[in-house]
Ligand binder design. Structure first.
Ligand code: FPP
Length: 247
């Protein structure tokens, strides 16, 4: 089925977040080393970024490296960092050509120096682009993001710059890494795992969740369109009744 032509272009999610999972298992199923799966995963990233732009998604957040991923074997971590640097420096001109703005969330300072520099450079070079915002979650976990936000708020309370009574949903949003990014309407996870793995826990309070058995390297823009089609056939009630939504 051609899902793209079935989409209601006025109801495309503004923000889609993706937990890209299954690179390792994909590689294993092809009798290749895990890194081969990550390399193939970059091809999927490119394809899905293109697809998101085609249907008018404004924000696409990709979980590329979690704080927990630091505990993987050293060689795999090094290969992932290397792949990230190479991909970012190769793709900047293509991001600019396609009007894509690069943003990041997570603790960039904990990345190797060359990786952090490459990312900062790419963000600077793409900052005026007005099409899709591609948000890479790197050295990211939701709980550490929330801890950092709470510390900053506490600090501002001590300095008397924030009143305790002023602490509400909106203020907390403003202290998260995603301060200027709207909440995702749709969260996709590949590889048949049904977990959130410490990803955007605050931001997905009302997101629709979509799970697919496909491993990330097999996930294409057609699969993205299928997920959006599925999303468009759901009723989002935000705690109200179906009748209230219809009226
Ligand atoms: C999950 O598969 C994937 C990752 C931890 C890394 C994702 C990274 C990429 C797709 C490449 C770099 C990305 C960018 C944006 C340039 P897994 O290794 O957990 O697979 P498994 O669960 O099958 O072992």
């Amino acid at each position: 089925m051609d899902f793209k032509s079935q989409l209601n272009i006025n109801e495309v999610p503004n923000h889609i977040a993706i937990i890209m999972d299954g690179n390792g298992r994909w590689a294993k199923s092809h009798n290749k080393p895990r890194v081969f799966g990550h390399k193939k995963g970059v091809v999927s990233v490119r394809n899905v970024v293109e697809g998101a732009g085609e249907i008018g998604v404004k924000y696409l957040t990709l979980y590329a490296f979690s704080t927990e991923n630091w505990n993987r074997p050293k060689v795999e971590v090094a290969a992932l960092m290397q792949l990230l640097v190479a991909t970012i420096s190769n793709e900047v001109s293509s991001l600019n050509k396609n009007n894509v703005r690069l943003l990041t969330i997570g603790d960039l300072k904990s990345l190797p120096g060359n990786c952090e520099r490459e990312l900062e450079k790419a963000k600077e070079k793409t900052k005026n682009n007005t099409g899709l915002s591609l948000v890479l979650a790197l050295s990211y976990s939701s709980k550490s993001e929330i801890v950092r936000a709470v510390k900053k708020i506490a600090n501002d309370v001590v300095k008397n710059e924030v009143k305790i009574d002023a602490i509400n949903d909106n203020l907390i949003n403003d202290y998260l890494d995603t301060a200027n990014v709207p909440s995702p309407e749709l969260l996709i996870r590949t590889s048949g795992e049904y977990r959130l793995s410490n990803f955007l826990l605050w931001q997905i309070a009302y997101s629709e969740l979509y799970f697919t058995n496909k491993y990330w390297p097999d996930f294409t823009k057609e699969d993205l369109f299928e997920a959006v089609f599925d999303y468009q056939n759901r009723e989002r009630r935000f705690g109200l009744t179906s009748e209230q939504i219809k009226n």
